[in-house]
Ligand binder design. Sequence first.
Ligand SMILES: CC(C)(COP(=O)(O)OP(=O)(O)OC[C@H]1O[C@@H](n2cnc3c(N)ncnc32)[C@H](O)[C@@H]1OP(=O)(O)O)[C@@H](O)C(=O)NCCC(=O)NCCS
Length: 168
Amino acid sequence: MKLEITPTTAGDYPDFERWFRDKESLKWFPAPFCSLEYNAAFHAYWIRRADNLVRTIRVDSRPVGYVGAEWFDPFHKTAAIQLLVGDKKIRNSGVGFKAASMLIDELFRTHGLRMVYTWSVACNAASLRIIKKIGFKKAGVFRSAHLIDDRYEDRILYDLLREEFLKS
Ligand SMILES: CC(C)(COP(=O)(O)OP(=O)(O)OC[C@H]1O[C@@H](n2cnc3c(N)ncnc32)[C@H](O)[C@@H]1OP(=O)(O)O)[C@@H](O)C(=O)NCCC(=O)NCCS
């Protein structure tokens, strides 16, 4: 299995549309992703925004999801990591972990970032597992911050420093 992350282009948008229409996958995301119907113009704008490095995850050339560095800030040298493996058939085979690790490596080595951060809903076991395996440190909790399945859950915040990632 050959795993790559490639800059997202307009040719990938039909795959993004399929993934972003899946409410079960999107319920872990912030609004408007979890709350609004798919909107092609909004998503194209979001993918192309200068402060959002989006990479399409490909397995043997086939798009299966995306990993992104949102709020990419070259002044403070920080960014927020997002991840979606849209193809559910290949989940739990290490794709999410490897793709996120590849993007973080690119952010620290190529783009010179010093710190990346992310958050997970407290009951998102797969996301928490990847965050732990990558080596993120817990930075805090936003209590009762995420509406999911008709209840409010905590969001757990994490950060990772360049030196911590590169020494592991
Ligand atoms: C979270 C997500 C990206 C994981 O992608 P993936 O390719 O399946 O991830 P991986 O296979 O690399 O790792 C998943 C890990 O979680 C574990 N896991 C999955 N479900 C689990 C559960 N219910 N309880 C405990 N562990 C679980 C897997 O065993 C695996 O750990 P391991 O490698 O130690 O065995 C994918 O499920 C997804 O896109 N979900 C919807 C969007 C989302 O939640 N994004 C993240 C928050 S923004």
